[in-house]
Design a binder for this molecule. Structure first.
Ligand SMILES: [Zn+2]
Length: 183
């Protein structure tokens, strides 16, 4: 799963990339997860994972919770001052304990953790790998997702399907494309 400007995905089963009947298998970004305040996605429907878990989605969430938030958090001040807030800003502030950033972080984790739990229950893969620019937040990002994942998977899946951060960085796309050609 790639958390970048959007949310991308690919499913490798028994060593092969799944294509689906129309080439759309593994479009994990368009799993519906937001039933609370679903916003339109680039795909034409609402409430997609991409609208709450991509870099853009995290900024969407930040604006949503900033509207409801009345405390003194640094993130709230940045939003109110019209500063350029990115996913990195949110995760950096959440790591420091910023109250609003933590609200965004917990909700981001809830959406993505639920998506991973559902993917785990459908496919029971060995690993769900999370990469893309947003995953630069590192183990902190994984911690939040793991907690929700553990609460929402049944024991066989929870103990056998692991969550992990991607390690190939920007080379992942090229390596994936090359391996498809080799197949
Ligand atoms: Zn969508």
């Amino acid at each position: 799963m790639t958390l970048g400007t959007g949310v991308g995905g690919g499913i490798v089963a028994e060593g092969k990339l799944l294509h689906g009947v129309a080439g759309a298998a593994g479009e994990l970004g368009h799993i519906t997860v937001d039933f609370d305040q679903p916003v339109p996605c680039t795909c034409g429907k609402k409430g997609c994972l991409e609208t709450v878990a991509s870099a853009t989605g995290i900024v969407n969430l930040t604006r949503r919770y900033a509207d409801e938030y009345a405390g003194e958090a640094e993130l709230k001040k940045l939003i109110d001052n019209g500063e350029d807030v990115t996913a990195k800003t949110v995760f950096d502030l959440a790591k420091e304990g910023d109250e609003l950033a933590l609200i965004v972080y917990r909700n981001f984790s809830r959406y993505l953790g639920i998506a991973c739990a559902n993917i785990g229950s459908i496919l029971n893969p060995s690993t769900i790998v999370i990469g893309g620019g947003v995953s630069a937040a590192g183990p902190f990002l994984l911690e939040g997702i793991q907690k929700v994942y553990d609460e929402n998977t049944f024991p066989q899946v929870r103990t056998s399907t692991k969550l992990a951060l991607a390690t190939l960085g920007n080379d992942a796309g090229v390596i994936g494309a090359a391996s498809l050609v080799l197949q």
